[in-house]
Every structure is written in structure tokens, then in C-alpha cells.
Design a protein around this ligand. Sequence first.
Ligand code: URA
Length: 320
Amino acid sequence: MALHKSMFDEFGLGTIWVRRAPQPDEPAALAEPVTPDRSTAIPLNRAAAAELARTASSVPGHESTDALSALDAVLSAAQKNQGVVREAPMARSEPPESPTFDDIPWLDDIPAEARTEPETIDETANDIASLDWDVLAGRVSVCERCKLCERRTNAVFGVGDRDADWMLIGEAPGENEDKLGEPFVGQAGKLLDSMLHSVALSREDNVFIANVIKCRPPGNRNPEVDEVARCEPYLKRQVALVKPKLIVALGRFAAQSLLKTEASIASLRGRVHDYEGVPVIVTYHPAYLLRSLPDKAKAWADLCLAQATYRESLKVADGA
Ligand code: URA
């Protein structure tokens, strides 16, 4: 099994490669630091850990099936093979008695405050805040900041006019979106497009549509707090780049995530909120409206409030 940066990162061992001095009779290229190949990078999951242990057991003199020991063995073998030096010994605690791989606390299971390398996440988040559109889209397409990357077909970046005045924000891709890499392409998307057309808006023309979460949660389960936190820098950057005059949050989850509240959608509707200085209107998720036709009237009222808020923001921008 090839050794990948994502695997080391997952174990809290990121950024450990150092350049060594070239050996006298060695071509210079061999002394370059090892650069992991992202195009083939895989995230480390339980299956990968099992593979890691199998790989370790093939390292001469190492029979352990404990994941940390396994990682140590594979790292040592890799260092010998690749001629790299790890700066410091791996920090580790005593393994639990007779651990199985399911007993090992995976990064996403560990409470945020207990994680050993929060700086890594924050550093990446700072970096995301300065990306341009194309680099941002590229980053999202290969993102491994949370475990949702393991099962996605496509990350769903967003679609529409990158200079739009209106930005619509949904929850997370579903099955169809995951397949096609575009937000709101199923029945809910059709309804959303009709609603937009009714107020002279469209994703082809003057709206940008994105989701809070860029990768499909398995089985369309609710995204977890940690997944939202890791994905947030992408949405923040999208909002900063689009510079919309209005955001419409589609559904409870999008509204609660954007506004950092647990308030009900009923209490959030009908008022103007704020996200990063942009007015936000909350309305029902189109998938909900497909099941609850009476609430379509309320969604229409929300769109009217959105239009009024938008016009108001234009007046403010004109200094009227
Ligand atoms: N629901 C969402 O919130 N977003 C999509 O892209 C599709 C369905």
C-alpha cells in the first residue's frame, strides 16, 4: 500500500518531512523532500487502518496489529526506503487493552477541544480565505477536511453567476447532486428553479447557489457539527467572492448553520438576519415544500420579503 499524506494527517502527523543533505554520490533529485501525490491520495478510514496493519505485519520484525504500532512500523520502513527523517518521535499514549480497530477514537470522533492538531485545520481555513474562484473550486473538489470525502462521488461546489446579487444556500448534496456535482438537481431543484423564475431569477443568469456542506452525507443523514465546521471556510470564501446583496437560507439546517443558532425555522422566518454583513432571509427547504404544499404560500411570502430586502439594500448602496 502506498503511503499517503492524508494518512499521516489523519493520525496527527502532518508536516513532518524535512530535507536531508544530499549524499556525496547521489543524484540531487533523490534528496528532495517527499511530496505526497494528492491525485492518488486516499483518506484513512477503518479499512485503510486494517490495510495499514497488514502492511505493518509485512515489515520484518513487526507483528503488532495495534494501529499506532502499525503506523510506527510503516513510518520507520518508509523513512528507511524514502530516506526521510522524522523530526520528533510520534506522540502516543498507551493503547487500550486489546484494542480492535473500532475501539480506536478516529479524528472525527474526538471532541474538538481534545484534538491534538487544531492549528492544522485553522491554518488551512486561513489559507482558504484568500483563494480565488478557480483555486477554491479545485480545493473543494479534492477536499479531505472531513470524513465525508470518503464516500462522495463529486464534491458539489456551487453553480450560477459568480457576480450574482442573490445567493441561495442549501444544506448538503443529495444523491443526484453527488452524482452530477451540481446543487439542487433533483425534484427539489426543479421546484427551486420554478420559485426563482417566478421572481425573474435563475441559476443560469443572476443567482449563485451553494450548500453549507459540499459533500453528500451518507444516506442523506444530517451533517455533523464537525463536518459543518470544517466545510465552513469554503462557504465563507464563496460569500466573500460573490459579494451578494442578499442571501436566502433554504431550510432549517442552512439557516441554523449560517446564523449559528438552534432557533426553529418558524421563529427565523419573516425577519432579516445577517451573515458576514449580508442580509439573510430564511425560508423553507424546497424538498420540504414538495411534501408540504400549504407552506408554499409561506415560502412565497418569504420570497417577497427577500425581494423587498434586496431592493432596500440597493437603495442603501445607492445612498438613497
Ligand atoms: N438539498 C440541498 O440542501 N442541497 C442540494 O444541493 C440538494 C438538496
